[in-house]
Design a protein around this ligand. Structure first.
Ligand SMILES: [Zn+2]
Length: 261
């Protein structure tokens, strides 16, 4: 059975926020406790990880994940890459490189932040570093991880261009941090049959670099997915409130939520 697990439904600081607390989230609802970004796609017998946040280690332990087949990055901000060092036990156990996929811009930024991760290492050093092999992808050029076809799509309006992913022609679509969907991406998503679509709702009201509920609704109306899951939610997105104002067939995520594809 193909499925996706929302490993972390929180925005960059998680919920509650260190030193700041719960914001508008009800602290008595466990669905408001949110780790940072992370999605595990279990498709075609593979474990494909989207982003490695500060909370990646705990997410792998919570879900008893011991093998990864690939890591895909949406962009190189701290809340999406800071857990990259915790890929090390996975490459130790497998004894081989783990393929990471990202655009050239994002690979360069991850390397700037964590240069040693991609350095060529000799076998004797294998236990000391994650063994991550870079795979540079281009927007709109599909690539495959074994038999799973993935198409990277460009999104705009965040502080950097970001990369979304469509699995198996629309079975699963993951929208990264964004505020604007460029025409070519929108045309692509309108042509395919979008089944499950995961998209960020960092705050209900739009922010300088993030879409809010109104912009999300506008694109949901255009793309017409079967189901939508809102994730990447900050401390102002109370679970019950987001549920109350979400459009038809749309629900907020919570940590470790599992969705069958
Ligand atoms: Zn970001």
């Amino acid at each position: 059975m193909d499925k996706v697990v929302i490993l972390g439904s929180g925005a960059a600081p998680g919920v509650p926020v260190a030193a700041k607390g719960w914001g508008e989230c009800n602290p008595h609802n466990p669905k408001n406790v949110r780790r940072r970004a992370g999605i595990l796609v279990q498709i075609g017998g593979l474990n494909i990880q989207i982003d490695t946040s500060q909370d990646f280690r705990c997410q792998m332990i919570d879900n008893n994940i011991k093998e990864l087949d690939a890591v895909l990055y949406t962009h190189a901000h701290a809340d999406h890459v800071s857990g990259v060092d915790d890929l090390r036990p996975f490459t130790q156990l497998s004894g081989r490189n783990l393929n990471a996929y990202a655009t050239s811009e994002h690979i360069a930024e991850i390397k700037r932040r964590f240069g040693y991760v991609f350095t060529d290492v000799k076998l004797k050093e294998i236990t000391q570093r994650p063994q991550v092999a870079e795979n540079i992808i281009e927007y709109y050029k599909p690539f495959s991880v074994k038999d799973v076809e993935i198409c990277p799509l460009l999104f705009l309006g965040h502080s950097v261009p970001t990369c979304g992913y469509v699995f198996d022609s629309g079975k699963l679509t993951i929208i990264p941090d964004y505020k604007e969907i460029p025409e070519r991406t929108l045309e692509y998503l309108q042509k395919i049959n979008v089944n499950v679509m995961i998209m960020p709702l960092t705050e209900i009201r739009e922010q300088a670099y993030h879409a809010g509920m109104e912009i999300n609704k506008k694109y949901i109306d255009i793309i017409k997915p079967q189901r939508v899951i809102f994730t990447h939610m900050g401390e102002h997105c109370d679970y019950d409130e987001v549920m109350r104002i979400s459009p038809h067939n749309t629900v907020p995520a919570y940590d470790n939520m599992m969705i069958e594809l």
